[in-house]
Design a protein around this ligand. Structure first.
Ligand code: ZN
Length: 146
C-alpha cells in the first residue's frame, strides 16, 4: 500500500475528518464539516491546509524539513510521503491544522490548495502575457498605419 493511502486510512479514523472529493479535483481529500484539511494528490504527495498563522509560526521548522514544500502566500503546505516518519509528520501537522481551524470563526473557507494556487498563478500570468502581446500587436499596427 502506498504512503498516501496509509496516511489517509490512518487520518480517516479521526472523528473530525471525513473523506471527500477535493475542490481541485485531483486525488482525494479529508475534510471537516467546515473546511478541507488534506488533499492527497498522488501516491506520495499530500497538501495540508495548515493555515497561514501556523505556517508563519512554524516557518523555521517547516523550512528545515525536506519532506515539506512551502509555497509563498499559500495557506497550504505540500508534504512528500515516503516513509512512516512522513506519515507521522503529516498526522502531527494535521492535528495542528485542526486546532488552528477550530480557533477561527466557522464559515465558508475557499483558500485554494497549493496545486490550485500554482495553476491560478500560471493562468494569471498567461492572461497577462496574452494581453501584453495583444497590446504590442495593436501598437505595431498603429505605427505601420501611420
Ligand atoms: Zn488539491
Amino acid at each position: 500500500m502506498d504512503a498516501a493511502q496509509r496516511a489517509m486510512d490512518q487520518l480517516e479514523e479521526w472523528p473530525d475528518l471525513v473523506r471527500a472529493i477535493p475542490t481541485c479535483g485531483v486525488g482525494q481529500a479529508l475534510r471537516t464539516t467546515d473546511v478541507e484539511i488534506v488533499h492527497f494528490h498522488s501516491e506520495h504527495d499530500a497538501d495540508l491546509h495548515l493555515t497561514r498563522a501556523v505556517i508563519l509560526r512554524l516557518h523555521p521548522e517547516l523550512s528545515r524539513s525536506t519532506a515539506i514544500r512551502l509555497l509563498p502566500g499559500s495557506a497550504w503546505v505540500g508534504i512528500h510521503l515516503d516513509c512512516d516518519d512522513d506519515i507521522d509528520l503529516l498526522a502531527t501537522l494535521t492535528s495542528l491544522a485542526l486546532q488552528a481551524h477550530a480557533r477561527v470563526w466557522p464559515g465558508p473557507n475557499t483558500m485554494p490548495c497549493s496545486r490550485c494556487l500554482t495553476a491560478a498563478t500560471a493562468k494569471h500570468h498567461a492572461t497577462h502575457t496574452r494581453i501584453g502581446s495583444r497590446l504590442r500587436r495593436r501598437r505595431r499596427r498603429t505605427r505601420d498605419g501611420a
